[in-house]
Structure formats: C-alpha cells, structure tokens
Design a protein around this ligand. Sequence first.
Ligand SMILES: Cc1cc2nc3c(=O)[nH]c(=O)nc-3n(C[C@H](O)[C@H](O)[C@H](O)COP(=O)(O)OP(=O)(O)OC[C@H]3O[C@@H](n4cnc5c(N)ncnc54)[C@H](O)[C@@H]3O)c2cc1C
Length: 535
Amino acid sequence: MAEFDVAIVGAGFAGMYMLHRVRGLGLTARVFEAGSGVGGTWYWNRYPGARCDVESMQYSYQFSDELQQEWNWTERYATQPEILEYANHVADRFDLRGDIQFDTRVAAATWDEKGDRWTVRTDAGDECSARFLVMATGCLSSANTPDFPGRDSFEGATYHTGRWPHEGVDFTGQRVGVIGTGSSAIQSIPIIAAQAAQLYVFQRTASYSVPAGNRPLSDDEIRAVKDDYDAFRAFNSLMPTAIGSKQPIPEVSALGIAPEERDRIYEARWEEGGLPFLGAFIDLLFSPEANDTAAEFVRAKIRATVHDPKVADLLAPKTVIGCKRLCVDTGYFATFNRPNVELVDVSETPISEITAHGLRVADRDFEVDAIVFATGFDAMTGALLSIDIRGRDGRQLRDAWEAGPRTYLGLGTVGFPNFFTISGPGSPSVLTNMIVSIEQHVEWISDCIEYLRDNGFERIEATPDAQDAWVDHVNMIADFTLFPSCNSWYLGANVPGKPRVFMPLLGFPPYVEKCNEVAAKGYEGFALSTASDGH
Ligand SMILES: Cc1cc2nc3c(=O)[nH]c(=O)nc-3n(C[C@H](O)[C@H](O)[C@H](O)COP(=O)(O)OP(=O)(O)OC[C@H]3O[C@@H](n4cnc5c(N)ncnc54)[C@H](O)[C@@H]3O)c2cc1C
C-alpha cells in the first residue's frame, strides 16, 4: 500500500494550496480529486453567467506575491472560465499535478489505531495510508437535486448548475424550465432567457439580489491594488466577512440616522454594487427593524424595475435580508420584463410532478425541452458525509454528526485524530471571502503538522470540553444574529431530513485571533500525544 505523510481530498483552491504547503514542509502528499482537473467549484459550475461575487482582486490567493503580481484579472468579477484558467495556472506554476490523482473519488477513510494512520480507499478500490487526512472537499460541492416525483420520466434534457456539461449548452429556440432562484439561478437566468424561446422560472422563495456593477478592470485600478497588495489584503481581512469595499466602514445603526441619509447610504452601496451592500450599517444582521430598512430599500428597487406589479411582488422577498446568502446579479430582475419569461410561484403549490414533457404545478402543465436544476448544494457537510469516514473505535463521522456537525474551530473533531477540515462547519467559511478563509485554514493546519513533527507528537485530536465549548460559542453567536430566522442552506434547511443547525460562524477577525491563540498555546483544546503514550 502506498504511504504518504498527508492525504488530501479535493483539488479546489483548498486542496491545491494544502498540497503546496505540506510539500514546503518536505512531506509527501497525495491529493485525490473526483473531477478530471483542478479548480473544484470552478471546474464543476460551468453554467452560463457563472462568476465570482467577491471581486477578483480579492477572490484570489495571497500566499505568493509573485503570483498575485503576475496574474491579471480582466473584469471586476471574473467569469468561471477565467477563474478556472487561474486555478490551472496555479497548478502549473507550483507544479502541483504530479501529486494529484484525478478522476478518483475517495469512498472511505478509516483510522488505524495501532499504526496511528488513516487508510484511504478510493471508489476504484485502491488504498493508501497517510499520517494525516485533510478534507478539502468543499462546502458547495455536493449537488442537491430534490427528488421530484417522476424526475426520471422526463424525456428532454436535464442539467444541474453545479454539474454543467463542459461543452456548454445552447438553449436557442428551446422551452426551458429553471427550478430555483438562488445565486446560480440568478446568474444564469438572464443569459438563458436571452437564448430560449420560452423560460419558466419556478420560484419557491424569492431571493434578495444587488447589482454586481461588473465591468472591465482598468490598468490603473489593477496597478493601484498591486502597488500595495499587502495593505489591501490586510485591510480586507479586518472586515467581518474578510471582504473589503470602497465604502466607509459603518459606525452607526440603520435606525440612528434620518431616513433620507440612510437611503443615501444604501443608494451609494447599491451603485457601487456587490455584497458590501449588507455592510452599510452595524446592525443589519442583528436587529430586525434595522434589517427591514435595507430589505425595504431592495424591495423598492425590485418594484421600480419589474413592470408587472404582481410579478414584482412575487420577486420581492418578505424575509430578512442576508439571512439567506445575498445574491449579486446582472440584470436579473429586469429579465422578468421579457415577454418570453414567466415566473411560476411554487411557494404554496409546489411542483407536484415531473412528467415526460415538462413540469406539473397544481393542474397546469408546463411543457419544456430542458430542465435546469438550480437547486444548490448539500452545503458544508454533504461532501464530507458522503464518504464513509471512521475514526477511533470505528465511529462513523455520520454518527458523530447525526444531530448536526460538531467541531472545534471548524478544524478538528472529537474521535477523529489527525483529521482536519478546511473551511469546516464551525468556522467563518461560507460567510467570508472563501479564499481568505481557505488560506488561513491551510496555513493553520500546516503549521500544526509542523509543530507536531518538530515536537515529536504523532497525533492530535480535539478534546470534548473544547469542542463542546466551541459548539456553544458558535450557536451563541448565531443566536445573536438574524441568520436562524429563515430557511437557508446555512441551516441545512434545503435538504430534507438534514438537522437544522446554523453551520458557519460569523466574524472572521476574532476567529483568526482565536486560532492564533490556540496555536500559540501549543494547540490548546487539542490533545497531543506521542506514539508511546498514545497506545
Ligand atoms: C457558483 C459558485 C460561486 C461561488 N462564488 C464565490 C465567490 O464569489 N466568493 C467566495 O468566496 N466563494 C464563492 N463560492 C464558494 C466556493 O466554493 C469557494 O470560494 C471555493 O472555490 C471553495 O474551494 P474548496 O477547494 O474549498 O472547495 P471546492 O472548490 O468545492 O473543491 C472541492 C473539490 O473536492 C472534490 N471532492 C469532494 N468530495 C470528494 C471525494 N470524496 N473524493 C474526491 N474528490 C472529492 C470535488 O470534486 C471538488 O473538486 C462559490 C461557489 C459556487 C458554487
């Protein structure tokens, strides 16, 4: 059996950087990747309109100054092909491919108590052994396709946005049904609508979306950032989401100023575009009344854009803004003014059946040539729990997390020695610029592995006390916020039967401080042992 110091599952931005770092420690590593190439999210999500919604100058690695200086983004928000090209550039530049095994899905991983090692088994039945197992499996990589009755009876083409065909899809002249109105739907619908003869959009819950304000990046803008990229990164990392903005840092409550001034601030952020809209005031994610001022501002924008008042009303969300992931769009709401686009409200009367020729809602049949499932992901835990992971005493991760994920810092979990999760539940993860969170985790994990090696430790595992306290802390922070107030994928609410637990942690800077403190105190809250006292 092949032996490595570190086995890494996934070759997205997390797995690629993890490989680079452990190689830098002189360790041997093998990365397993189910896809045929690097890039993870950007390898799989090739739907029309796919692009990042954190600005490209921020949504990129910062670990190598040469890399960030030499790479040039062409647009404020890069397209999926450009981000994938970037991922491939990174793989080539750091010569990563030699240690990545593509087209290989990890099916199982078992902790071997006697050898203090993980045995990793692939879907082809191959096995290898590694001292450490790092899960870089992605928070949004396990595509979720609801089990509509009759789903397999449809005779036309079906697509999931997260598993889009590499050759692309041309919908010209077709009748198309898009199920879902989350981020991927909001990015793809304007483009599909421009191609299709007829587009039906099946909406269960309306989403808030702000304009991207996308545009080509000028040389001057790029130069201004590159001239002091470190300062730009450092400033952005101080934001709760690790996402920076040119707008002033908020200092007041949305309720503490005159309504006209408040609207002026919202308008400036709306014009600027993008996710920082939600950072306009200090209390938008904490106070329902404050939140409603932002929600109402966006609802008014929707009403002003969409001509048919009934459609505008359906598209205007009634929930807390930001409670589900805020979307960023280019022409989404205006698309509903097109004569070939119809919004179908399935909030009260769900899709009852998929038939051979389309979809049925109540007693109406919608005949379509193609169905696009923009139904998102089994977020944060889906990819992890689809692997048969067995830790100490043969305990399955699925059992340990039966009532919801339990971790210490989102990095380790009790009962699973030498096992790390990158951007795992209980860390800021999906509430941040994820490349920043990924780099922070990768560096923490590689520093930890180095510490263990240099101090003669063979294994590390979170302690129950530290984990319990951390889970309480994550829940307490969530309960301070408005996040638990709606059915979101942050809570697992989009997957039937999934425990309802708010999985990420709000607040990047205090989290980083905590991680650094834990490391500085010799990995406080983790039990470290040598082989001799381990068994
Ligand atoms: C459409 C879309 C847009 C996004 N836009 C943004 C954005 O603008 N800003 C932002 O911060 N984040 C964004 N995200 C989140 C995005 O997932 C992260 O930014 C980042 O790309 C995650 O990298 P990762 O390496 O952790 O995971 P991924 O990129 O998901 O990579 C995980 C890899 O692991 C592989 N894998 C999983 N299980 C197994 C297994 N059992 N065996 C082998 N391989 C396995 C998968 O095939 C995948 O390639 C977006 C996500 C989506 C879906």
